[in-house]
Design a binder for this molecule. Structure first.
Ligand code: NAD
Ligand code: TYD
Length: 340
């Protein structure tokens, strides 16, 4: 691993990964390849902008000619694919872009990986591909029972990666991470929506009964797990990455309000998300055998995240003040309030 193409590296997890890897290793060159959709933000990469081992190329993973050019020009030996449309609620509004990027875009990258016979293709996937898990925990060999256009598209990407391993011997690995929280998360996902709304004394829109459960992990723990799998993971294998414990959204809302010293009356129940998965839960035993485990529990991860949003108001206000965000927020939340 020397010249790494980080697709989707201007987004939330990708930018944390790039910063972490450049701090950790002085012998790696990282090339971020990103379309800069609404979720891609050059500000996320400002801390590494002057690093001589970092470069940025604006481009779409569905653009095979441009992907080919970047592979050749930078002598890429490893692809880590974070690029995706990622928000479940948006996938309910406009699923087409999810199929295009998360399935077709993955195929384009796999073809490039095959052509250039690279050392490793690593796919960033999600616990959502297992579908909701009402009891027990998902292991990597479980069947995929996706229920949203987002998770179905991600599952399509995973299956294409495994097909390239089986059919063409491509050196593929996949990680399936649980919900990430931390610096630079676009304020459409639940934690930055709740934190930034609470700071402004605005309602926290809680879907349905708020008893859905997620495994909220700190983003840098997830990035560390990806690095462990890149270095020690077995080719052709899938690894779950999470804390291995879950909390409800109502617990999340209470903790955020407590940390910010805001009243619980800010919690505003709203009509539920259609097809809302009740619970995701991962068995992370397989990756533990590689020596990785999450370093932050739920409270620590939420506390570190809240602190970052308090300390970095300029980052999220620039997004929230923009027309794109305000139109999205209106479309997503207006008129959904139900009586408390
Ligand atoms: P994000 O939405 O913050 O960022 C996605 C990035 O991909 C953006 O920079 C965007 O510009 C880029 N992108 C989108 N379409 C592209 C295209 N066609 N070509 C090139 N770039 C494109 O997402 P995130 O939360 O950082 O998630 C990154 C990856 O991790 C995704 O694959 C997601 O499915 C997966 N994942 C996310 C979570 C989570 O909790 N956020 C959990 C598990 C897995
Ligand atoms: P989200 O951050 O969208 O991640 P995902 O649906 O991919 O797990 O949502 C996390 C949980 O929070 C999920 O159960 C839906 C819920 N949620 C709310 O209650 N209110 C919100 O405004 C959002 C965005 C999510």
């Amino acid at each position: 691993m020397k010249n790494v193409l980080v697709t989707g590296g201007a987004g939330f997890i990708g930018s944390n990964f790039v910063q972490m890897m450049l701090e950790r290793y002085s012998d790696l060159n990282l090339v971020v390849y990103d379309k800069l959709t609404y979720a891609g933000n050059p500000d996320n990469l400002l801390p590494v902008a002057k690093n001589p081992h970092y470069s940025f190329v604006e481009g779409d993973i569905c653009d095979a000619a441009k992907v080919d050019e970047v592979m050749r020009r930078h002598n890429i030996d490893t692809i880590v694919n974070f690029a995706a449309e990622t928000h479940v609620d948006r996938s309910l509004m406009e699923p087409g872009g999810f199929i295009q990027t998360d399935v077709y875009g993955t195929f384009v990258l796999l073809e490039a990986a095959k052509k250039y016979q690279i050392e490793r293709y690593h796919q960033i996937s999600t616990d959502e591909v297992y579908g909701q898990v009402l009891e027990g925990r998902s292991v990597e060999t479980d069947c995929l029972h996706t229920r949203s256009p987002y998770s179905a598209a991600k599952a399509g990407g995973d299956l294409m990666c495994l097909a390239y391993y089986t059919s063409f011997n491509l050196p593929v690995t996949i990680t399936r991470g649980s919900n990430n929280i931390g610096p630079y998360q676009y304020p459409e996902k639940v934690v930055p929506v709740f934190v930034t709304n609470a700071i402004d004394d605005k309602p926290l829109p809680l879907y349905g009964d708020g008893r859905q459960m997620r495994d909220y992990q700190f983003v840098l723990d997830h990035c560390d797990g990806i690095d462990v799998v890149l270095r020690k993971g077995k080719i052709g294998e899938v690894y779950n990455l999470g804390t291995g414990s879950e909390n409800t959204n109502i617990e999340l809302a209470h903790l955020i309000l407590k940390l910010l010293n805001k009243p619980e009356s800010l919690i505003q129940p709203i009509t539920d998300r259609p097809g809302h998965d009740r619970r995701y839960a991962l068995d992370c035993g397989k990756v533990k055998s590689l020596g990785w485990q999450s370093q932050h529990n739920f409270e620590q991860a939420v506390e570190a995240t809240v602190k970052w949003y308090v300390d970095n108001e300029g980052w999220w206000r620039k997004i929230k003040d923009g027309r794109h965000y305000q139109e999205y927020y209106q479309r997503q939340y207006a008129g959904r309030e139900v009586n408390k």
